[in-house]
Ligand binder design. Structure first.
Ligand code: ATP
Length: 236
């Protein structure tokens, strides 16, 4: 479904990705983990069209979408849940979701809004609340619900548990597992490396600018050497 080939991206003189290749097959949950500054967000943002690479290709279902504008990528079935959520704080929960469903027909939008209210009871109960008043965990659920409003084939999530309490982290991991079980294709960047890899079909461990290791998630999760070298030592 997603294929990234020899991607190089830079911010001025800083090379953030150096020839990175990776792929996500349909229906898989793929985790990307690695230390701060390894280039994980850069990878997601480049795939989502927010950053133009200096070299390399992004293919979505075989179509070259390198450097395509983000709106076209949403129409092609890709949705990004960005780091720090980036919801509209002054709009209500319901308005945030309505805006996100703007590309859908009125009938589809209604169906998806109903589905969001059912799937996220906490959002339903806060429907008319300004999103800026939500807790971190509620805001993250809103960010994920918003991404689902376009009924994406591929969901990219950048550190969805960042700053969340242990309870809310569990809620988000349960939600990811559910998306995966329902067959949604997911590319997940996570700081909870062990947990993300354990959930993933496949995983990638990054070191600055590069892929250091790849393989089945469970195998990577059991590699003490990777954790010692790239992931801060501790498992968990
Ligand atoms: P983190 O977990 O800290 O978000 P990351 O693995 O997502 O890390 P990136 O945010 O992709 O890493 O950063 C990769 C490299 O690019 C780092 O050296 C970072 O300092 C640099 N970088 C990221 N964003 C910018 C920017 N807007 N301008 C300049 N350099 C940047």
């Amino acid at each position: 479904m997603l294929r990234v080939e020899h991607l190089t991206a830079r911010y001025g003189a800083v090379v953030a990705l150096r020839g990175v290749s990776m792929h996500v097959d349909e229906g898989d949950l793929v985790a990307v983990v690695g230390p701060n500054g390894a280039g994980k967000s850069t990878l997601l943002n480049t795939v989502a069209g927010l950053l133009k690479p200096v070299n390399g290709k992004v293919l979505l279902d075989g179509t070259d979408v390198t450097g395509a504008d983000p709106a076209r990528l949403v129409r092609a079935g890709l949705a990004l849940v960005p780091e720090h959520r980036r919801i509209f704080r002054d709009l209500t929960v319901g308005e945030n979701l309505q805006v996100a469903g703007i590309t859908a027909s009125a009938a589809d939008r209604r169906l998806r809004l109903d589905a969001a209210r059912q799937r996220f009871p906490i959002l339903d109960s806060r429907w008319d609340t300004a999103a800026g008043h939500l807790s971190g965990g509620e805001a993250q659920q809103l960010a994920i619900a918003r991404a689902l409003m376009s009924d994406p084939k591929l969901v990219l999530l950048d550190e969805p548990t960042l700053g969340l309490s242990p309870v809310m982290t569990d809620v988000v991991f349960d939600l990811l597992a559910e998306l995966h079980e329902r067959g949604r294709t997911v590319l997940l960047v996570e700081q909870n490396a062990h947990r993300a890899l354990a959930l993933a079909d496949r995983g990638y461990v990054m070191r600055p600018g590069e892929i250091a290791a790849e393989g089945p998630g469970a195998e990577l999760a059991a590699r003490d050497d990777l954790f010692a070298t790239y992931l801060g030592g501790g498992v968990g």
